[in-house]
Design a protein around this ligand. Structure first.
Ligand SMILES: NC(=O)c1ccc[n+]([C@@H]2O[C@H](COP(=O)([O-])OP(=O)(O)OC[C@H]3O[C@@H](n4cnc5c(N)ncnc54)[C@H](OP(=O)(O)O)[C@@H]3O)[C@@H](O)[C@H]2O)c1
Length: 298
């Protein structure tokens, strides 16, 4: 992003869970005047002792500042707060920085609601832990009208200096954040499943850990190669075909079965490779599995 126009000084934060509290603290550390509201009072008091200003209601948080960050469990919680506190009347001329993780329909309906009541919306997804906020590891995926994102830029920059602008389609942050969650989720679930198999086979977990780290070191370059292959439609060239990967995964399933571990993950993987073979992708690169995932199940 370009340099911010001016240093902002005041912002409200609604929702003080792990992430909302982290956001409020990051603003306080950056020298902002931060007004906070949360359903449970204890979390407000903890922030007040760090320098925040307590709001008695979310409406007060809207009255206090022109920029309001919302970070709650989900959109259902936000809808409930809007209803219970009749917040619609307070949206006008406020920049709402919505950082609650949402689903596509809820995010779009929310955008319509904010616009109808004269508010301005920057919708986003936080892609880091609270401890990373305000550092170069802070990561925010954002969407909104260009003028709104520009108005919010100084506040976004304080949380994530290199926040990502995904344009004005408000559903993009939620889509990208979920796509990234598949990536990291599968890798982490895989390592836990591998640990269960190693343990069932009396392999010390320290030994598993050492080798899991070695094997995992190829992941970064392999991810780039696979994404480039999908992007460029170049899924023919391969060092290990889908058939060969599938055979390897069949062996995993057989060993897991012999050791008596739960096969729920191996069964899902088996289905993926069977679909790949059914689509005639056996001699193609692993990246060709994109054809399996791109079509709805027949
Ligand atoms: N924590 C992370 O590392 C992380 C990372 C990336 C993204 N996120 C996203 O950040 C958002 C917040 O996550 P979190 O970790 O901060 O969650 P959290 O610690 O569980 O906090 C949830 C917040 O939502 C509030 N809330 C829930 N239901 C409510 C209701 N019906 N009415 C009013 N307030 C309600 C809670 O209020 P009470 O305090 O009163 O319960 C609390 O402020 C989520 O969308 C999550 O996906 C979190």
């Amino acid at each position: 992003m370009n340099d911010s126009p001016a240093s902002p000084s005041a912002v409200s934060v609604i929702g003080l869970g792990a992430m909302g509290s982290g956001i409020a603290r990051t603003y306080i550390d950056a020298g902002c005047r931060v007004s906070v509201w949360n359903r449970s009072r204890g979390k407000i008091d903890a922030l007040v002792s760090d320098g925040a200003i307590a709001c008695d209601s979310p409406a007060d948080a809207f009255k206090a500042n022109t920029h309001v960050v919302v970070c709650l469990t989900d959109y259902a919680a936000w809808d409930k707060i809007i209803e219970e506190h009749e917040l619609r009347d307070h949206f006008a001329d406020t920049c709402i920085i919505q950082l609650t993780t949402g689903m596509i329909d809820a995010v779009r309906e929310h955008a319509v609601l904010i616009e109808k009541h004269g508010g301005r919306l920057a919708d986003g997804a936080v892609m880091c832990y609270p401890r990373d906020l305000g550092t170069d590891s802070g990561s925010l995926l954002m969407a909104g009208a260009p003028d709104v994102l520009e108005a919010c830029d100084p506040f976004l920059r304080m949380l994530a200096p290199n926040w990502t602008n995904l344009g004005d389609d408000i559903s993009k942050p939620t889509i990208l954040s979920r796509a990234l969650m598949v990536d990291i989720g599968m890798a982490l679930i895989g390592v836990v499943n591998g640990a269960a198999i190693a343990r069932a086979g009396d392999i010390p977990l320290d030994v598993f850990m050492q080798h899991a780290t070695n094997v995992g070191s190829i992941l970064e370059t392999e991810k780039v190669r696979l994404i480039e292959a999908v992007r460029d439609g170049n899924t023919q060239e391969t060092q290990a075909s889908i058939t060969s990967w599938g055979e390897g995964q069949k062996a995993v399933r057989s060993i897991a079965q012999s050791l008596g571990t739960n096969l729920v993950l191996q069964d899902a993987v088996k289905t993926v490779f069977e679909e790949g073979e059914r689509l005639g992708l056996g001699d193609r690169d692993l990246s060709a599995l994109v054809e399996v995932f791109s079509s709805r199940q027949s």
